[in-house]
Design a protein around this ligand. Sequence first.
Ligand SMILES: [Zn+2]
Ligand SMILES: [Zn+2]
Ligand SMILES: [Zn+2]
Length: 149
Amino acid sequence: MNNNESFAEILKGLQLKATTRRLAVLSILSGEQAYASPEEIWKKLKRKLNTIGLPTVYRILEELSDNGVITKIIHPSRQLYYYYCGNAGHHHHFICVSCRKVEDLNFCASREIENEVSRNLKGRVLSHILQINGLCEPCSRKKGAINAF
Ligand SMILES: [Zn+2]
Ligand SMILES: [Zn+2]
Ligand SMILES: [Zn+2]
């Protein structure tokens, strides 16, 4: 199965039509080693599909992230980015705010948080989002990396 076929399967499973546009967005994002902005994705898309507007790209990205196919990255600068991670199990991301590298973190404190919420707030946790912002090893050695955003 090639990438496009497996993406088509994923979309079908979510009852989303495997349109050329959605598949093209997924193929671009899965080829990136880092998180990308909607504008950057749009520029690459325009080389494949010449008639696609930025608002359409925003909508597709939002739709794919709402369905959990891709991950929305909220950078400390407030700029929105997207990332494709092939790792399907529950995990979180460590993002480098400087070079945009993303690393999987298998650590999750959900048990402790759920206990805290039920004990102190008498509530129940339904879901959670956790993104760790930092500097990767090479960037943490570079002077001024923290000022890059
Ligand atoms: Zn880095
Ligand atoms: Zn991941
Ligand atoms: Zn978690």
